[in-house]
Design a protein around this ligand. Structure first.
Ligand code: URP
Ligand code: ZN
Ligand code: ZN
Length: 464
């Protein structure tokens, strides 16, 4: 048995912040109390002046993912190690069912990708690309394997997109098996027509990626996704929401009491469409879907987070190197692999631009990056809370630490940062995953392969 005492910090949850010591026994939290004697533990960590937070949970990552003719540049080892440096101790990544195959095979493939590599705990969503009757049964059996959520695409026709009938069938199945459908909501068929027009007019630079994907294409799909969910009686979770237009659809539905949840990502809160117009093809670094929007949207999304119209901040971490991967689209923006890096910087950016700038409270920060992700995706109260019996996933957070985000110092395996030169105040000092210190003093002390697969419970958003 090993015991660790975190002494003298302020324990922060989604609803409170109080001085307390945290005693960890092996991989669990044993006690949260005032003045736990140091003799109670083999090791004492001084957290005076620090916040003690539940480990971050990033429910939207793409590690080692084949996409756009290449593969995302972080694998489960490099990606989860980078996540740990930023205070994230759990991810939920996406397995992909290739069309015409069984989802179970895709689950095995993704387990193999993570096996021996993951440095932190991980769950898996399943991306559904087709759904014959046997597929509906497969959804139930995947729920039995802890895959408590499925992602469907309303975009990328011919690749990942599914039709409304498939979406309705999948939603209806989750109404009975309790899983949560995650929706990539953009009208892919219409976008495809606009893209073909642009190409015919010789518009080939990265900026046209954004110009061919209007916010209406997002809000129409969000509206449709919600309508289909209502007809099926299931909740729905909108991934990577990027615009005010789309946010309005979510807010209107939630105001009517519909169980709709949505996430946004740091890039949609902090960056805007101008990035795609950078010279020398540098705009390609910001090509992902949905695209970056006009500046007016950013503050609306922050307000959405503050007012609970949006419930989660994830990263949609899907890195491709600028030099040899983004370059695939040098002469044609449609060939630029879609995705950007961010798994390491989520807590830093949301703490700095959210809490420090007065847009959200410290409690809301914890709720957005840890507690609600755990609740919605079947991990609570094992994860997402510092409470007796929970996994000892703990971040000692130094709110005064200054950090300059840069590709020169980050740990993600990618040759650029979307947030290059952003100065943030607040950073993870010590990161503990199931009782093991995995980051301390700027050094990685964990080990590839120590991360465990998380069998999640299908609760259909019932914790919200
Ligand atoms: O451009 C993006 N977002 N790439 C990752 C795949 C997805 O749609 O989430
Ligand atoms: Zn997506
Ligand atoms: Zn994604």
């Amino acid at each position: 048995m090993s015991t660790t005492l975190i002494k003298g910090g302020t324990v922060v949850s989604s609803v409170s912040a109080f001085y307390a010591d945290v005693l960890i026994e092996d991989d669990r939290i044993k006690d949260v109390a005032d003045a736990i004697p140091v003799e109670a533990a083999d090791r004492v960590l001084d957290a005076a002046g620090m916040y003690v937070l539940p480990g971050g949970i990033d429910v939207h990552t793409h590690l080692d993912m084949p996409f756009g003719g290449t593969t995302s540049s972080d694998d489960f080892e490099t990606g989860t190690r980078a996540a740990a440096f930023g205070g994230t101790t759990t991810i939920i990544d996406f397995a992909i069912q290739p069309k015409g195959t069984r989802m179970r095979d895709a689950l095995d493939t993704w387990w193999r990708k993570a096996d021996g590599k993951a440095c932190i705990d991980y769950g898996l969503h399943m991306i559904v690309t087709d759904l014959p009757d046997a597929g509906l049964e497969d959804m139930d059996s995947l729920v039995g394997e802890g895959v408590a959520s499925f992602k469907l695409f309303m975009a990328y026709p011919g690749v990942l997109m599914v039709d409304d009938a498939t979406i309705f069938k999948a939603l209806s199945r989750t109404a009975s098996n309790g899983a949560l459908i995650c929706m990539h909501a953009e009208n892919g068929s219409v976008i495809d027509v606009i893209v073909q027009q642009a190409l015919a007019e010789g518009k080939r630079a990265p900026i046209y990626h954004a110009m061919t994907r209007p916010t209406r294409a997002e809000s129409e799909a969000v509206h449709r996704a919600i309508a289909l969910a209502e007809m099926s009686g299931a909740p729905v979770y909108i991934v990577h929401l990027s615009s005010e237009d789309a946010l309005n659809q979510v807010r209107e539905a939630r105001d009517r009491g519909v169980p709709v949840f949505a996430e946004t990502c740091p890039q949609y809160l902090l960056l805007s469409i101008e990035e795609l117009a950078r010279p020398d093809f540098e705009g390609a670094k910001y090509v992902f879907t949905p695209p970056l929007r006009e500046k007016e949207n950013l503050e609306k999304l922050w307000t959405g987070l503050a007012q609970d119209h949006l419930q989660v901040v994830s990263t949609d971490h899907c890195p491709f190197c600028f030099q040899d991967q983004k370059a695939l689209g040098k002469d044609d923006f449609t060939k630029i692999p879609n995705g950007g890096p961010g798994i390491e910087n989520r807590l830093q950016l949301i703490h700095h631009h959210g809490v420090n700038m007065g847009r959200i409270s410290l409690n809301r920060f914890v709720e957005l990056v840890s507690t609600t992700p755990a609740k919605l995706f079947g991990l609570y109260p094992r994860k997402g809370e510092i409470a007796i019996g929970s996994d000892a996933d703990v971040v000692i957070w130094d709110a005064g630490a200054e950090h300059l985000i840069s590709a020169a110092t980050h740990h993600m395996r990618v040759d650029y940062s979307m947030f290059e030169g952003f100065a943030v105040k607040g950073n993870a000092k010590t990161v503990i995953s199931r009782g093991e210190i995995i980051v301390e003093g700027g050094l990685f002390r964990g080990r590839a392969g120590r991360g465990q697969y998380l069998r999640r419970e299908a609760r259909g958003g019932a914790w919200q």
